[in-house]
Design a protein around this ligand. Structure first.
Ligand code: PHE
Length: 356
């Protein structure tokens, strides 16, 4: 038994890793291990022999087991020491930057516009971008022969051959949402409708898809004076200071009287600045809703009246944030998006200043 003890205790001390230690454990005290087999022989002994050999074997087994456990801990400690010695990390290194997306100026400005009009009691309405001929034109007092249809550079969809119904259009303005909203909610009503619109047009300030926000306020005694106040209030909140506006008499089939509104700006050095200089940029069309339009939407023009306007959102973004070319808005150039985009944490407020 002393031989066994010397043999295993020495071997355990020399094991180089856990696998070797396990092998040794099986060999000594496993089911068919050398010590286990010896214990089985106890049955063949005389009671006297057994009284001596039994406790001695048990003691040996315990001694081997605890030597194995101790070696296991020592090996694990050594392995950890080795890892700590070889693996290291320079915690002073700069982190790897993760690219973050930005909020597109159009989304940012849409949020800002919505927030300001919400403060003035306007709620948000939406309509489809593929619109029927009726909502985009007829209901807005633009009959088939009206020159405004040609002027709008409309994109038409195609009907199957033999289907003579008028084709649907990509809406050329957000004005059809006026009709849809009055049909759904009647009067009085106070809404804005932001969204995409389409016209076949392309230069520095025109793209075939752009954004408008429609405004509509219908009540018993709403006048042109209310329109002017609402728009001026909007511009000073949006640009964070007084902005000169110019109301020019104009014509739209769906308003009477009608006015186009320009904002004062300068174009020095290729960037546009609002509230300076002596250039004007047209940002919206407006007027008193035409009685025919009210009637088309099921609202009695003898009882109700009000104003409507349509603002170019992209134009507003160009003006407020000094962006010279509209076409770049929709190029998806990452450098442009990073430069002009907004952080997700930059919340729009009614009080934000120019470029703020
Ligand atoms: N729908 C007009 C346009 O797209 C703008 C407008 C809206 C004018 C509402 C008057 C009233 O140009």
């Amino acid at each position: 038994m002393d031989d066994l003890r010397i043999k295993y205790i020495a071997a355990i001390a020399e094991t180089a890793d856990e696998a070797a230690l396990e092998e040794l454990r099986v060999q000594a005290v496993g089911k068919k291990g050398e010590i286990s087999l010896k214990m089985r022989e106890l049955g063949k002994m005389t009671p006297e022999e057994r009284q001596v050999a039994g406790p001695a074997l048990n003691a040996l087994k315990n001694e081997v087991n605890s030597a194995i456990a101790a070696r296991k801990v020592a090996l694990a400690d050594a392995a950890l020491d080795e890892r700590l010695r070889t693996e290291w990390l320079d915690v002073t290194l700069p982190g790897r930057p993760r690219r973050q997306g930005t909020i597109h100026p159009v989304s940012q400005v849409t949020e800002e516009v919505t927030a300001i009009f919400a403060d003035m009691g306007f709620s948000v309405a939406e309509g489809p971008q593929i619109e029927t001929d009726w909502y985009n034109f007829d209901a807005l007092n633009i009959p088939g022969h009206h020159p405004a249809r040609a002027e709008m550079d409309t994109f038409y969809t195609h009907r199957k051959e033999g289907d003579n119904r008028p084709p649907h259009v990509l809406r050329t303005h957000t004005s059809p949402v006026q009709i849809r909203s009055m049909e759904a909610k009647g009067a009085p009503i106070r809404i804005i409708c932001p969204g995409r619109v389409y016209r076949a047009d392309y230069d520095q300030t025109h793209t075939p898809m752009f954004h408008q926000v429609e405004g509509l306020a219908i009540g018993k005694d709403i006048s042109m004076a209310n329109l002017k106040w609402v728009l001026e209030e909007f511009f000073s909140a949006f640009f964070g200071g007084p902005v000169k506006t110019r109301f020019r008499a104009s014509h739209f089939p769906f308003t009477e009287p009608s006015a186009e509104v320009d904002i004062q700006c300068s174009w020095e050095g290729g960037t546009v600045k609002v509230g300076e200089g002596d250039d004007w940029l047209e940002v919206l069309g407006s007027g008193m809703v035409h009685p025919h339009v009210l009637k088309s939407a099921g609202v009695d023009p003898a009882e109700w009246q009000g104003f409507a306007f349509g603002i170019g959102i992209d134009r507003l973004a160009m003006l407020k944030y000094g962006i010279p070319d509209l076409r770049a808005f929709f190029d998806s150039d990452l450098r442009w998006l990073r430069h002009y985009g907004f952080s997700a944490l930059q919340m729009p407020t009614v009080h934000a200043g120019v470029n703020g």
